[in-house]
Design a protein around this ligand. Sequence first.
Ligand code: HEM
Length: 383
Amino acid sequence: MKPIYITMIIGLLLFSSGCIQPKEAPVVAEKAATEEWKADGILGVSEYSRSMLLQSPARQGYSGGDMEISWRNDPEYLYLALNASTDGWLAIGFEPLEWMKNADIIIASVQSGKAEAQDEYCTGNYGPHLDDTMLGGTNDVKEFAGRKVAGRTVFELKRRLDTGDKFDKSFSPGQAISIIWALSNNPDLSFKHNVAFGEGIITLTGEQTMPPAIKAATLNAHEKEGLSFIWEEEKMARDLYTSLYESDKLTIFRDLARSEQSHMDQARAIIDKYALSIPGNDEQGVFQNQTLQKVHDELLAKGLPSDQDALNAAATFEEISIMDLQEELNITHAQDVMAMYQGLLAGSQKHLRSYVTDLKDRGIKYDPRYLGMDEFEKIVRIK
Ligand code: HEM
């Protein structure tokens, strides 16, 4: 049986208060950035200190693709490179509240050897995202360059950690920043993404240099078990939200069930890559892991009586999911697995925020059951 949070808390489900402090998520790949940073669309071997490959599988409406994010920072600036499998636009968004909402977006494309970029802010769940200057803010992506290389687009930029613009998120060294990313095969920045989209977390360097992360080419038994567990836990979320939507018709459950399917697809892509298999046959509400089966059945029973109960049960599930992902992040050393888990973690944090906000809009305060209060408040930003 896996030594994970969901296993530990099964007996306490919905009754205990959080006391387990998760450890910080590890950085994916790290080296010394000794080369001078230049905006030229060429990624020097030692130009960036950290990098992470984000992948998104093909699915309905999306051809599938990847984006490697490389970054470095000093106390004043963030330097970023995006290297993506697209001929069209590529984008990164910082710290969305939920979905795309309130994300500080940088969207760019390279056409006829010339890079264009916009500093934008997204005001709704799925847009619109407007140029900061149109919202009364300022353009703070002034130094950038891009190139097309073998069917990919490489884009480099520099921006202040704190631009002073209220439509830009302000960062400090050492901070973990949740991100969203998206790709379109169309260079027109107003067209919707159709290649890939996803989530992730990038951690800025602090004052101290951290030791390099270990790269692992193969997975050990714990890592394999973890992958299979996380896929099934994401399935549990999808199935729980689907059943809750069928019962109460709250659109949040329909939207987040779709998002959980996307998380399952992301985990599945890594499972396939390592030639592993998924547990069971993806039957709705049926799980091979009996702990997950029990938690699913209990949360569903708790959630069915009313909209409020449903939102409470869903928020509880997201707390559990966050802790399990943090635990798996501490176990694995494989970069691709870590990047995928970090994307799922950013997604679960957004989902928790969405449920807590929905409850708050109904005049109901959600108290965390498993996460420590500091961690919870940081995630839902209700301080
Ligand atoms: C250019 C115009 C854009 C439009 C019209 C648009 C529209 C949408 C829509 C309708 C969805 C719901 C899922 C779906 O239908 O596939 C979505 C999801 C998403 N979009 Fe966009 N989008 C745009 C740009 C962007 C940009 C620039 C980014 C990244 C910086 C982005 C990141 C995402 C992400 C991460 C999701 C999934 C959110 C979640 O499920 O939590 N989008 N978008």
